[in-house]
Structures are given as structure tokens and as C-alpha cells.
Design a protein around this ligand. Structure first.
Ligand code: HEM
Length: 412
């Protein structure tokens, strides 16, 4: 068993922790037969994420070493399409997440100037009022489909609010998010249809933002987009293409992730009623509870890395140009670091989880995700003490993000 069977089996992807345990114990630096290296121990995942010799730029991959792409590989024929360099691929090249220094350092510095903790904290009242608004109908009905009625719309609306997207454009911006997210699945798992859809979405976003960016250049407001337009460091600023790519990245990175933190978090709490009760009744537990839910049930399954040179991980030597996949949830349940790793301990301390990554690419939206998590998840437990599952939820068979298809809940 290994990554190849993980990729082939929807069932395994839905219940990955047995495989992770097996990998951690028996083959922590796994060289998959398809030529990808998979890391599962906390120590190795953490080291790889911080390693200067391991980068994020997928264009540096030695495709000849990846068996899936080889002449007889299952994806060999599709390679031309995947590498066609359409509008989305061009935007990806401008996204900090897929860049290495010095480009990454420059883009991240400019965005960090605009995406400040103060700006995020100021959003708290809006997060609460969006939550109240979205819960009105479900509260009347006494039931909710959590993913579509709350978990997805809330972070999407918060990002639009943060960026200062006009109310009338919000729906159009939000509608592009799934196609954009499909475009960033790891290369071997990305279909040609997904690439076409992502190309279309980036064009819609680019047209819409073109006008908005011009407007904010003329009359800056108090929103993130105005701050991004004005962001300047050492005489440098974001180009129009970089601005569009950054907004697309914020939409992708901040939407699916937060939605599935909310869904996975509530699902985990319903499976451990003592923890649910503790979150409902103990004041001041919100922050550590969200960290524990990120550790136990965080949405990001894996991140992609490429070795820039030959590197050594836990005694194994990985040649240059190879794809390395640090498995974040495997690291987050490593018993060498976390006692009783499968159990939710809402006051766990210390809690050095890697749900937001580590090193140079550590999640820039972590303060916003934490804010949304600590407002939404405790509120659901406290408002609806008899919250319970109406149907057994089904896990999606996606790769990068772990999340539920739907979560039907009774509120009373
Ligand atoms: C529970 C919610 C979230 C989780 C679990 C999460 C997780 C992550 C992880 C693991 C990374 C590192 C990826 C890598 O190393 O390759 C990352 C990066 C990033 N995240 Fe998040 N994220 C969340 C929410 C958000 C939000 C709300 C935003 C913004 C609105 C955001 C924006 C970003 C950006 C821009 C990056 C790239 C940073 C860089 O490349 O330097 N994320 N996130």
C-alpha cells in the first residue's frame, strides 16, 4: 500500500488515518512507485516545510522522474494539456504560494503590508452578523445542511467583505471559487476540464477586478483591495496581474479551507460528546479548542513541494527535481509529539500542529481562519445544545482538502 493506492481508492481517501499510521510507523519517508516522496512524521514534515532546499515552484519538477507522466504513465497523454499555460496557469505563476524566493519573498512582503492583524480583528463584528443572518432560516426550520447553508457562504462573504467587493458583485466572485480551487489540485490529479474551468474563472475575476482596481486607485477605501493597490515596499508594488492572482489566491486559500474547518470541526465534536459539552459550557476555551480542531480535523491533507537540490530527510536521500508530499494530518496525529492523538483535548497545550503549514509559506490567512473558527464553532454548540446528525455524512473523495459532501444537522 502507498500513495498510489491512496490516490486510486476513494474509500481510503475518505478514511485516511489508518494509512497515515501505517506510513508513519513503517515507511515514514516513502518513495512511491510513481516517483513521489511522501512524508508522514511530524519531525520530517516540519523540517521539509522549513527546508531552504525544498521549494513550491512546480515548474521545477523533473517530470521524467514522475512515472505518472512518463510515456507509459496514465497521465502521459494529458501532459500537453496540463502544461498548456492557459490563463489560470499564468495566474498561478504570479501567486506567492507557488513561488520560491526571491519572488515569494517580494510578493509576501507586499501582501503582508495590507493583510494586517488589525484589519482582520476589525472584521469580528461582521463575522458575527453574517453568522446570525445565515442562521435565521435554519433556526426557524430546526435543521441545517451545514456545508451549503453556513460553512461555505460564511468565509466567502467574509473574504468579499475584507476585499471590499461591491454587494452586487459578491455572488459572481463567489461563484468562481470552486473552479479556481479545482485548478490547484496537484498536477497529476488535475483534469483537463478542471483546467478549462479555472481558465474561465480567472478571466471573469480579472474583468471584474479590473474595474474595481481602477476605482480603488482613484479613491482608496478602508478595504484590503485598496491596501493591496497601495502596497509598496522599497519602491516596489504589485502589478495588475499580480493583484488579480493575489485576489484569486485569497479566494481559493481562504474559502474551502475555512469551510471545511467548520464542517470537520463540528463533525469531530459530535463524535466526542464530552468535548462538545466542554466547548458549550467552559468560558475562555474557544482559542485552544480551535487549535485542537485544526490539529485533529484540519482541512488541508497535503501540500506539494519540489526538491531544488539533493536533500536528506531522516537519513533518506531525495534527488533534485522530485515532488515531495508532506502529509499534514499524518504529522498532526504523530504520537511522538501528541499524547492520545486521535482524541480531542480542547485544552491541549502545547499544540504544535502544522495545519497552517510552517516556514516561509505559513498560512498568511491564519488570523482570519482562527477568528472565523472561534466565532462560528462555539456559537453552534452554545446556541443548539442538542445539535445532532440527521444523516451519516459522506466524506468527499478530494485530494488536497479533506471535507464533507454535506452535513445535515438537527438544531433542536
Ligand atoms: C482553516 C483555514 C485554513 C487552513 C487550514 C489553511 C492552511 C494553509 C496552509 C497549510 C498553507 C501552506 C501551504 C504550503 O505550505 O504549501 C497556507 C498558505 C496560505 N494561506 Fe491558508 N489556510 C486557511 C485559511 C486561509 C485564509 C482564510 C486565507 C486568506 C483569506 C488564507 C490564505 C493563504 C495564503 C495566501 C497562503 C500562501 C502563503 C504563502 O505562500 O506564503 N488561508 N494555508
Amino acid at each position: 500500500m502507498g500513495l498510489a493506492s491512496f490516490m486510486a481508492s476513494g474509500r481510503l481517501r475518505r478514511r485516511p488515518h489508518r494509512l497515515y499510521r501505517w506510513l508513519r510507523r513503517l515507511d515514514p519517508v516513502h518513495e512511491s512507485p510513481i516517483g513521489i516522496w511522501v512524508l508522514s512524521r511530524h519531525e520530517d514534515v516540519s523540517a521539509a516545510l522549513r527546508h531552504a532546499g525544498i521549494g513550491n515552484d512546480q515548474t521545477t519538477v523533473d517530470v521524467g522522474a514522475i512515472k505518472l507522466f512518463g510515456p507509459s504513465g496514465a497521465l502521459g497523454k494529458r501532459r500537453g494539456t496540463l502544461r498548456a499555460g492557459g490563463a489560470f496557469e499564468q495566474a498561478v505563476r504570479q501567486m506567492m504560494l507557488f513561488r520560491d524566493p526571491p519572488d515569494h519573498t517580494r510578493l509576501r512582503a507586499l501582501v503582508s503590508r495590507a493583510f494586517t492583524p488589525r484589519r482582520v480583528e476589525a472584521l469580528e463584528p461582521r463575522v458575527r452578523s453574517i453568522l446570525d443572518e445565515l442562521l435565521e432560516g435554519p433556526t426557524r426550520r430546526g435543521r441545517i445542511e451545514l456545508m451549503s447553508e453556513l460553512a461555505y457562504p460564511l468565509p466567502a462573504r467574509v473574504i468579499c467583505e475584507l476585499l471590499g467587493v461591491h454587494n452586487e458583485d459578491e455572488a459572481l466572485v463567489i461563484a468562481q471559487a470552486p473552479a479556481l480551487a479545482g485548478g490547484v489540485d496537484p498536477l497529476p490529479m488535475r483534469s483537463a476540464d478542471a483546467v478549462t474551468a479555472a481558465d474561465g474563472a480567472i478571466k471573469v475575476l480579472s474583468d471584474l477586478l479590473g474595474e474595481l482596481i481602477e476605482e480603488r486607485r482613484r479613491a482608496p477605501g478602508d478595504d484590503l483591495l485598496s491596501a493591496l493597490v497601495q502596497a509598496e515596499a522599497s519602491g516596489d508594488a504589485l502589478t495588475h496581474e499580480e493583484l488579480v492572482a493575489t485576489v484569486a489566491l485569497l479566494l481559493i486559500a481562504g474559502h474551502e479551507t475555512t469551510a471545511n474547518l467548520i464542517g470537520n470541526g463540528i463533525h469531530a465534536l459530535l463524535g466526542q460528546p464530552e468535548a462538545f459539552e466542554q466547548l458549550r459550557t467552559e468560558p475562555g476555551i474557544e482559542r485552544s479548542a480551535v487549535e485542537e480542531l485544526l490539529r485533529h480535523s484540519g482541512p488541508v491533507q497535503m501540500v506539494g513541494r519540489v526538491t531544488l537540490e539533493e536533500v536528506s530527510v531522516a537519513g533518506a536521500s531525495i534527488p533534485a527535481g522530485r515532488i515531495v508530499v508532506p502529509l499534514i494530518p499524518a504529522a498532526n496525529r504523530d504520537p511522538a509529539v501528541f499524547d492520545h492523538p486521535d482524541r480531542l483535548e480542547l485544552r491541549r497545550s502545547p499544540n504544535p500542529h502544522l495545519a497552517f503549514g510552517a516556514g516561509a509559506h505559513f498560512c498568511i490567512g491564519a488570523p482570519l481562519a482562527r477568528l472565523e473558527g472561534r466565532v462560528v464553532i462555539p456559537a453552534l454548540c452554545r446556541r443548539y445544545p442538542s445539535l445532532r446528525l440527521l444523516e451519516r455524512p459522506v466524506w468527499r473523495s478530494s485530494f488536497t482538502i479533506r471535507g464533507l459532501e454535506a452535513l445535515h444537522l438537527a438544531l433542536r
